[in-house]
Design a binder for this molecule. Sequence first.
Ligand code: APR
Length: 240
Amino acid sequence: MISQTSVQRLKEMISSSNNIVFFGGAGVLTESGIKDFRSADGIYMMDYKYPPESVLSHTFYTKHTEEFFDFYRKYLCFPDAKPNSAHYKLAELEKQGKLKAVITQNVDGLHQRAGSKCVYELHGSALRNYCVKCGKFHDFDFVYRSQGIPECECGGTVKPDVVLYEESLDSDVIEGAVNAIANADMLIVAGTSLTVYPAAGFIRYYSGNNLVLINKDSTEKDDDFGLVIHGKVGEILSKT
Ligand code: APR
């Protein structure tokens, strides 16, 4: 049961902040009907011929490219996904001039579809795909509708602009996200197990005292937060 006192406190913090930053993960997607990774019913918990988390690595991509794309199209591509109340609330707060940036670990572009303008995609985006040979851009559908290994007209493999394990994050995105967090007067962290680095480490750049966690399950970092609400982020943000 969500504590109404906590939601009221969250509402007050949001109304008195004008430089809010949101840091989110796959838990923001579950209210759009998309599985996260580490919940009991998450993608990494399922039986698969390989350990699912190992498939999303650069090594696996290079050694088992076709298998990688089969998994990627099946479990990381959501052609019918729609923004949910969390996405829309954040876009509304940005429009009101209260929220300055969304920092997401997700790769689905739903924050932008909901209207958010300043979005830092720490792990890239499935909406951007590039030929490894000639660099040509290909859209989401090109990869999603391909069979086997998606191939550019030039014969090169078309690789999603998604950060796999063993790959580095984009330095401009890192800089933007760190600056946004460092300047924020309120940081709302939601829908993330805070287990994957360097992303999870970005929280330490926040120096204010309006640090909030909204997460269905508890995390190892709960004690670092001034306010922790265990519940659904879309539902909770809709009440603020
Ligand atoms: N509201 C709030 N929290 C939720 C909701 C919801 N509606 N649904 C799920 N959660 C919580 C779960 O309790 C879980 O703690 O969201 C968290 C999601 O955690 P993960 O599945 O680990 O996702 P995330 O933290 O984004 O993973 C980080 O791991 O494999 C990599 O690249 C992948 O970006 C991903 C990264």
